[in-house]
Design a binder for this molecule. Structure first.
Ligand SMILES: [Zn+2]
Length: 420
């Protein structure tokens, strides 16, 4: 066993629903390396995704290892057990070395009285005026506020501790990366709340390297951010400042950074995020989700012939089952049914028409965010086709790979990590 596994400053969570695109994804990280920026890939896949597709964490691990071997990637890479809880963690134990502990369903469960009292008493240093370097105005924290936040999050953090210790027992201390996520909840956390949550995480002894708060605004799947950009920027900046402060104040891991569960393609956030990270000399973990699957679909449509036919068929199936497909993602999809073209109309489309409706180019008049979101959650349709889908994906590998690499490098890595 080596030393403690530490996540690099810049890392990107890449989804790969059908586990065929590891190589072109690595190619995008390789292009960043050529530009002098190290971006470490992490393959994330949640229990929900595995269940819908019928895949296993072992399959994700095998695909990642194989892609790394075939590409000659020499830097670290990880496989993330995304959004696990005490019930699902065991499934991921063998295959994963990055664990995103999700305790959102415990948020709001009142803390036990003694634990609450001890926590509040133990953090009198936070009371009153608290200057945090990089935050414009000092926080003003009162006892009642700590009680309120602790009552909302302490029980959740204790649960995270139970999950962390279970993983540590199986995998060994320092042998994996720990993230705590609180993004799948109703309300965003303010920077002052994040500070108190980090105090609780430190006290619970969870050596997190990344934390995923919920930010203001909508983070719908596969489409751009909807919300107040100035407000997000201020919040993100203050959150970065708070993580830096927490490292010193609570003795947390020196490489603690924010993890942004983006739901993919939050293009308008990348510019402000890049500037803020530069200002603080801070790192970030950007989690993208299923857009690699959409690049597969784009590549199939672009290749024409059978590929285009299959893409149209998947659209028609998804169209017919829209409500069922959207149900597991209800809070993060925002489809306008009136903007969905009828399958009979799509049937007549050329490659170019299909690709330009699907491809996420907000400046293009043909881009259709409702169609894109429907196909985003429509991966179940492709999964149900089994070998028929996967054989065609393999057959059209070159066109697809080009789309996967360009999407990841040009639209994500470049604006966020390189700043172009
Ligand atoms: Zn998430």
């Amino acid at each position: 066993m080596g030393g403690t596994v530490l996540l690099s400053k810049h890392s990107i969570g890449v989804g790969d629903r059908f586990a065929h695109q590891g190589k072109p994804q690595l190619e995008a990280c390789g292009m960043a390396a050529e530009r002098g920026v190290e971006v470490i890939p992490v393959w994330n896949k949640s229990n929900r995704e595995h269940t819908i597709i019928g895949s296993t964490p072992a399959g994700t691990r095998a695909a990642a290892d194989e892609a790394v071997r075939a590409s000659g990637w020499r830097k670290p890479y990880y496989v993330d057990a995304d959004h696990i809880n005490l019930k699902s963690v065991d499934n991921f134990m063998e295959a994963c070395d990055f664990f995103t502990i999700d305790v959102a369903d415990r948020i709001g469960q009142p803390a036990e009285a003694d634990a609450l009292r001890a926590f509040v008493e133990g953090h009198r240093e936070l009371l009153g005026e608290l200057p945090v370097a990089g935050v414009a105005l000092p926080f003003r924290i009162e006892r009642d506020f700590i009680v309120l936040v602790a009552n909302k999050y302490l029980a959740a953090v204790e649960e995270a501790g139970r999950i962390y210790r279970r993983i540590e027992e199986k995998k060994g201390k320092g042998q994996f990366i720990t993230e705590v996520s609180m993004d799948e909840t109703d309300l965003p956390q303010t920077p002052a709340e994040l500070l108190i949550i980090l105090a609780a995480v430190a006290e619970e002894g969870i050596p997190i390297q990344t934390i995923a708060p919920k930010f203001s605004g909508r983070f719908d799947k596969g489409v751009d951010y909807v919300g107040d950009l100035a407000k997000f920027s201020e919040e993100f900046s203050d959150d970065v400042a708070v993580t830096t402060f927490a490292v010193r104040q609570f003795g947390m891991s020196g490489n603690l950074k924010l993890s942004v569960h983006s739901g993919s393609d939050k293009f308008s956030l990348y510019g402000p995020m890049h500037r803020i990270l530069k200002k603080f000399d801070a790192g970030v973990h950007l989690k993208t989700a299923g857009t690699t699957w959409l690049e597969e679909l784009t590549g199939l449509a672009e290749a024409g012939g059978e590929g285009l036919e299959l893409a149209k068929e998947i659209y028609a199936l998804a169209y017919a089952q829209r409500e069922a497909l959207c149900a597991p993602y209800a809070s993060v999809v925002n489809i306008d049914p009136a903007r969905l073209p009828a399958p009979a109309a799509v049937e007549k489309w050329s490659s170019e028409q299909f690709v330009s409706a699907l491809r996420h180019d907000p400046k293009s008049a043909a881009y259709n965010s409702s169609l894109r979101q429907l196909l985003h959650v429509g991966f179940k349709m492709a999964a149900s086709m089994g070998a028929r889908y996967l054989d065609l994906v393999s057959g059209m590998e070159i066109t697809i790979a080009k789309n996967v690499t360009a999407n990841l490098f040009e639209r994500h890595i470049k604006p966020l990590f390189i700043g172009e």
